[in-house]
Design a protein around this ligand. Structure first.
Ligand code: BGC
Length: 413
């Protein structure tokens, strides 16, 4: 049983007579969909067992934009939460501003340096000190497919864009929405960056990670917008403003055939009582096998004084234990941030990710996701996403999008 502010009725008699909760953590996060809520409940329960209560500060909004705005407002008002969910580049930015507490003692006691991949460590540490606990590794470039619809059209999950569009056409002819899409800037960017990766890992690295102007202005970049335009043409009319989890629900309930989205969509499949890889199929976005984009959810601890330190350490230790990383990631759809968690209990899609990340690390095709805060600092990331969303919501040509991208990123650097 865990304590949520104002819900004292949940306290058991034992807790009242012998306080089980040394203190609380107030946690700001954006995990509000069915799958996300199921995953965070695992953390709340784990903490309760360690004697730490939980005050929930959930700010709805996929991708975390609204949560980051709320976090900034709390910090500016001099009242930061004890802990906050954040993506890679934000960890670095908050650490640079001097707001984050040091987690080195927990990291050392629990051996984080030995079990967390260097690419993830790079975002959780600042100037060699651990400042945030990584709870997972998400892969944002997946296609989720309704198995019954694929069976009805007599096709397999696509492995290249020709097959993807052939399946979309067949689904359309059979009366389904071929590609369910959500209408928010981060969702649009999630699809577009996957298309860029599908053209080549080199293009992704040079244009999105290195912000190389030649790559940004290239014919290949124009091709990425052409392919994205074609994907958009399979969306239904209700696409504007739609949340990602409602979009996943369209695939789950058989209204739509496919969705391109990160593996947090798998959390929705599991929360709906279905088996990923069976009723809902998974395949990496056509042309992206062999590469791996990643984003990691971190919990950073704000430096709010010694009173909170014990609870913060408890939370960091809980979030990094092997058993928690397994249970949490099974519900969340991601893979563990620790490399020593057994893969046996993960479904086929999760096992694919676990094997692919090793391969991509070796072949140097493991990159941070731009759409999910692991490619560029927030201000530069916004310069990319602005153009992508402008493109998605107008009839802008691919050539004009490339020109706008060069100008937008050029002025943000
Ligand atoms: C986060 C996921 C989250 C998704 C949708 C991503 O940026 O890393 O944990 O489920 O956004 O909210």
């Amino acid at each position: 049983m865990f304590r949520i502010k104002g819900v004292t009725a949940l306290l058991s008699m034992t807790a009242l007579t012998a306080p089980a909760f040394a203190d609380d953590v107030e946690v700001m996060h954006w995990w509000t969909s069915g799958g996300e809520a199921a995953a965070i409940a695992v953390l709340q329960e784990d903490l309760a067992e360690r004697g730490t209560g939980w005050t929930d500060m959930a700010i709805a909004g996929g991708g975390g934009d609204a949560a980051m705005t709320a976090l900034r407002a709390r910090v500016v008002a001099g009242n930061p939460p004890t802990a906050a969910q954040m993506l890679g580049m934000s960890v670095r930015e908050w650490a640079e501003e001097g707001f984050l507490g040091n987690l080195n003692d927990v990291a050392e006691a629990e051996g984080w340096n030995d079990v967390i991949p260097p690419a993830v460590q790079a975002f959780g540490t600042y100037e060699g000190e651990w400042v945030a606990a990584p709870v997972n590794i998400h892969r944002p470039h997946w296609v989720w497919g309704n198995a019954e619809i694929f069976a009805e059209i007599g096709m397999e999950m696509p492995t290249n864009w020709d097959e993807f569009f052939a399946a979309a056409d067949a689904m359309q002819a059979a009366g389904y929405i071929p590609v369910a899409q959500g209408g928010q800037a981060w969702q649009e960017a999630t699809i577009w960056e996957a298309v860029v990766l599908s053209i080549s890992p080199d293009l992704y690295e040079s244009a999105l990670i290195n912000a190389d102007m030649d790559a940004l202005g290239s014919a290949e970049m124009a091709e990425s917008f052409e392919i994205y335009r074609r994907i958009l043409s399979y969306a239904d009319d209700g696409y504007a403003g739609r949340d990602w989890n409602l979009t996943t629900a369209m695939v789950i309930n058989g209204e739509a055939g496919m969705q391109i989205m990160g593996d947090w969509a798998k959390g929705e499949v599991i929360a709906a009582g279905l088996t990923p890889g069976e009723e809902i199929l998974c395949a990496v976005v056509p042309g992206t096998d062999g590469s791996f984009l990643f984003n990691t959810d971190f919990f950073a601890m704000f430096d709010v004084g010694d009173d909170a330190a014990a609870a913060q350490r408890n939370m960091a230790a809980a979030a990094m234990s092997v058993s928690f990383q397994e249970t949490f990631n099974l519900a969340k759809g991601s893979i563990p941030a620790r490399t020593d968690v057994p893969s046996d209990n993960f479904d086929a899609c999760g096992q694919t990710s676990m094997a692919d990340i090793v391969e991509a690390t070796e072949s140097e095709t493991l990159f941070g996701s731009l759409a999910h805060g692991h490619g560029q600092p927030a201000s530069v990331q916004a310069a990319y996403i602005d153009v992508v969303t402008q493109f998605a919501n107008s009839d802008m040509s691919a050539e004009d999008a490339v020109e706008a991208l060069v100008a937008s990123v050029g002025s943000a650097l």
